[in-house]
Write a protein that binds this ligand. Structure first.
Ligand SMILES: Nc1nc2c(ncn2[C@@H]2O[C@H](COP(=O)(O)OP(=O)(O)OP(=O)(O)O)[C@@H](O)[C@H]2O)c(=O)[nH]1
Ligand SMILES: [Mg+2]
Length: 472
């Protein structure tokens, strides 16, 4: 604003430059990262968050909204010209249209800028006048964070470690057979490279499905628009006594690995990840509990891996890139809490907190504030009490994909999280205390009212933790 006033008296051209400069200099920007593995609920979270920030009737837990300090909210062109815009309108239309449905899966990074007009309340606040705060939301696959492991490793080291792990896993048999049949010294042919890469990708997908989270390169699981490019067509090969000659299969695999690091993985960390101020990591906790102890243990491991990316010092390459920059707050949120009655939400939150504690015990987030929460970005159910065998049970009712209404009692989550986490860690095959069921409810129709966004559970609290302090 000072710059604006100084240039006022000079020339028109300078004034315009000053206006652009003052916008970038004086209007605060919050860069909010939204991540989680495939189907964790990223797209639904962003769509509902933005809709609920534009129409704030359902956001009492966001202090600035409750106090009336947010006087306007609008979408703007995003600042990054090279990544796709988050398809907000398309996703909102899917979720809240006449025949509501869940949005299509998204396989790449995208961004959206929501600008908020904020007039802080109270005596001090009203002195300052209104200001604009920009919320840049970046949606990116959690799988991409796994690539941090590669940045410090040469192709030889990565191959040696990856192959040692693969040899202990039955699901790698197909890939190892293809590898054994390949001649590392033969001149590269594209079909040979593709066959090896395809066998390796198939193994990675199987390893992921079996619950391993050490599945690099991350883009082999989530290739996005890079599928089929040479930088994504390689595989680990055993180290040779001497360097393979130029043009050979192994030498080319090494070159592509380096290209992947430099041209695919590094730009994401440099241009996007390193600029994030606040981060939400979404997980499908109830889905994992339903799938059994193995899936819960894997979720804990994956959470640890993802959170590891936010631990400065773990990776020398990342530390150099970040310098003094740090993500300030990390929210670890279990989505789809609308699958259980609210009387069970404290138990769900306790499980999340216990998992976060485990991950935190292993990592030092150097000042980042972390929290765990159970939320539903889009509430698809209503609650009701029913008597079963003389017991009052809290149930949820919703519409199944088939259009039929269903009432579900998903099981009782234990109040003590260790009843789930200990058997999971000890490798139990199934839960002793009973089963947990999950149904796939469709989004409910006719939920939008004037001045309100889509119904949710604790989305306002999540927003308050993530960026509420920046709206005061
Ligand atoms: N009941 C309920 N289901 C949800 C909620 N959020 C997500 N889901 C379910 O989870 C699925 C995945 O949600 P998305 O938001 O598309 O997940 P994503 O992380 O963007 O997935 P990818 O784009 O495939 O990586 C949806 O199709 C819904 O079935 C929620 O708040 N409540
Ligand atoms: Mg998505």
């Amino acid at each position: 604003m000072v710059i604006g006033r100084i240039v006022d008296g000079i020339a028109q051209g300078v004034e315009e430059a000053g206006a652009a400069l003052s916008e970038t200099l004086f209007e605060p920007v919050i860069r909010l990262g939204v991540t989680g593995f495939a189907r964790a609920g990223k797209t639904v979270f962003i769509t509902s968050l933005v809709a609920n920030l534009m129409d704030r009737g359902r956001m009492p837990g966001l202090a600035a909204a409750a106090e009336g300090a947010i006087t306007g909210a609008w979408l703007q062109p995003q600042p990054d010209d090279t990544i796709p815009r988050f398809a907000y309108e398309t996703h909102l239309a899917a979720l809240t249209g006449p025949a509501p449905r869940w949005p299509e899966p998204t396989a790449a990074i995208s961004e959206l800028r929501l600008s908020l007009r904020v007039q802080p309340r109270g005596f001090l606040g009203s002195l300052g006048g209104p200001r604009n705060v920009h919320l840049d939301i970046i949606d990116y696959p959690g799988e991409w964070l796994l690539d941090l492991e590669l940045m410090d490793r040469s192709y030889d080291d990565w191959s040696t470690e990856t192959l040692a792990r693969a040899e202990t896993r039955p699901s790698a048999a197909g890939f190892l057979a293809t590898l054994a049949a390949a001649d590392p010294l033969a001149e590269l042919t594209e079909p040979a490279a593709q066959a090896l890469a395809a066998a390796y990708s198939a193994y990675l997908s199987a390893a992921r499905a079996a619950g391993y989270s050490d599945c690099t390169p991350g883009r082999f699981l989530m290739p996005g628009e890079m599928a089929g490019s040479p930088a994504l067509t390689f595989a680990p090969m055993p180290k040779l006594a001497e360097r393979a000659p130029r043009g050979s299969l192994r030498r080319e695999m090494e070159r592509r690995y380096d290209a992947y690091k430099a041209r695919v993985a590094a730009p994401f960390f440099r241009d996007h990840f390193s600029r994030i101020d606040r981060q939400i990591v979404l997980t499908d906790l109830l889905g994992a509990i339903h799938a059994g102890p193995g899936a819960v243990e894997d979720l804990g491991r994956a959470m640890n891996d993802i959170l590891g990316a936010f631990r400065p010092g773990r990776n020398a390459w990342l530390s150099r890139l970040l310098g003094q920059r740090r993500v300030e707050r990390i929210l670890f949120a279990a989505t789809k809490a609308d699958h259980i009655h609210h009387s069970q939400h404290p138990a769900m939150t306790a499980i999340m907190e216990a998992m976060l504690r485990q991950a935190r015990d292993r990592a030092d987030f150097a000042g980042a504030e972390t929290r765990a929460m159970a939320i539903a970005s889009l509430r698809a159910t209503t609650e009701e009490m029913r008597e079963v065998d003389g017991r009052e049970l809290g149930m949820v009712r919703g519409r199944l994909d088939s259009g039929k209404q269903a009432v579900l009692y998903p099981g009782t989550l234990p109040e003590d999280p260790s009843r789930l986490l200990v058997p999971a860690r000890e490798g139990a095959e199934r839960w002793l205390d009973g089963d947990y069921s999950v149904m796939k409810f469709a989004p409910a129709a006719g939920t939008l009212k004037p001045g309100e966004g889509p119904p949710h559970i604790r989305l306002d609290r999540a927003a308050e933790f993530l960026f509420g302090d920046r709206l005061r």
